[in-house]
Ligand binder design. Structure first.
Ligand code: HPA
Ligand code: ZN
Length: 314
């Protein structure tokens, strides 16, 4: 098992159909079907939005501290078996607030599971870019009573049509609070989204970033500045950002000397956890043991921890 850090994982995207059905029953929330095969059959996407529609539709089953605890514990147990030593975990507070779940329940539930796990973990609060910058600012304000419970902010949800620049002010406020900054960019959006995330939002890592490969100047910059890119190969295939894994740009990114690492994104929806991503890279892309070691080293180098802790994992 290859020890790795997982830096691009949405906790809500680890909601497996079995737990979806269990939580729906526990909380009396209706589902279109409780048949696991029928639920799995819906996990067939044409693009990012088709996935987001299902992802958001499933999340009202999460209501209490215990629900968030159970979701997070299940991920951490699976991640431990996948070789994950460190996880920097995204969560989407706006979804839960919109479902009338108090932030305290989200932080208590997720936080309790993090405390009970042997994996080194921290949380990154994501803003839903399609809800706009004012809603993001309001969310950060509401999260400030829990400031010590998360280490950074991110930007996710529907990318195209929702570029980074309008979020400049809320990212500035996050930086002033000592929070780390990351953003999804270059998943479906073009190289400009990646450039603006770096220049306008001041992000320290790019989530996905695969479309940066279309712009040689940007590639040179990402290499020179060794900006970490949290790539999610099975996610890209599931959302048809690439036609098949053998077309993925990951080998080219490695050849360019980019600071790429491998992550699972929303493993319940995209066909597997980080070990499944590594296995697919081996079998379908011919990624070598040496390249796998580089990917793992890159993942630890990109963590938001001090060098001493990094070298203990590497
Ligand atoms: N991309 C963008 N937003 C998301 C994703 C994703 O894969 N998962 C959850 N929110
Ligand atoms: Zn993501």
């Amino acid at each position: 098992m290859l020890p790795t850090a997982e830096l691009h994982i949405h906790i809500e995207g680890t909601l497996e159909p079995e737990m979806l059905v269990e939580l729906a029953a526990r909380n009396g929330v209706g589902l279109p079907t409780s048949d696991l095969d029928e639920l799995r059959a819906k996990y067939d996407f044409t693009d990012l939005q088709s996935f987001l529609d299902l992802y958001y539709a499933n999340l009202p089953v999460l209501r209490t501290d215990q629900d968030f605890y159970d979701l997070t514990s299940a991920y951490l147990a699976r991640a431990e078996r996948a070789g994950v030593r460190r996880a920097e975990i995204f969560f989407d507070p706006q979804v839960h607030l919109n479902n009338d779940v108090p932030l305290g329940a989200v932080f208590e539930g997720i936080g309790g599971a993090l405390r009970d796990s042997p994996i080194s973990t921290d949380l990154i609060l994501c803003f839903l870019r399609d809800l706009g910058p004012d809603a993001a600012a309001e969310t950060l304000r509401k999260a400030m009573p829990y400031r010590e419970r998360f280490i950074g902010v991110g930007l996710d949800s529907a990318e195209v049509g929702h570029p980074p620049a309008p979020f400049a002010e809320v990212y500035q406020r996050a930086a002033a609070e000592g929070l780390h900054r990351v953003a999804h960019a270059g998943e479906e959006g073009g190289p400009d989204y990646v450039r603006d995330a770096l220049d306008v939002l001041g992000v320290e890592r790019i989530d996905h970033g695969i479309r940066a490969m279309e712009d040689p100047e940007l590639v040179a910059r990402l290499r020179d500045e060794q900006i970490p890119l949290t790539v999610c190969p099975l996610s890209n295939v599931a959302l048809r950002t690439v036609d098949k894994l053998s077309d993925h740009v990951l080998p080219a990114m490695l050849d360019e000397g980019l600071a790429v690492c491998v992550n699972s994104d929303d493993p319940a929806y995209f066909g597997g956890y980080v070990d499944d991503n590594f296995a697919a890279l081996r079998s379908e892309l011919g990624i070598t043991e040496e390249q796998l070691a580089t990917l793992a080293r890159n993942s630890f180098d990109a963590c938001f921890v001090d060098d001493e802790r990094k070298s203990a994992w590497k």
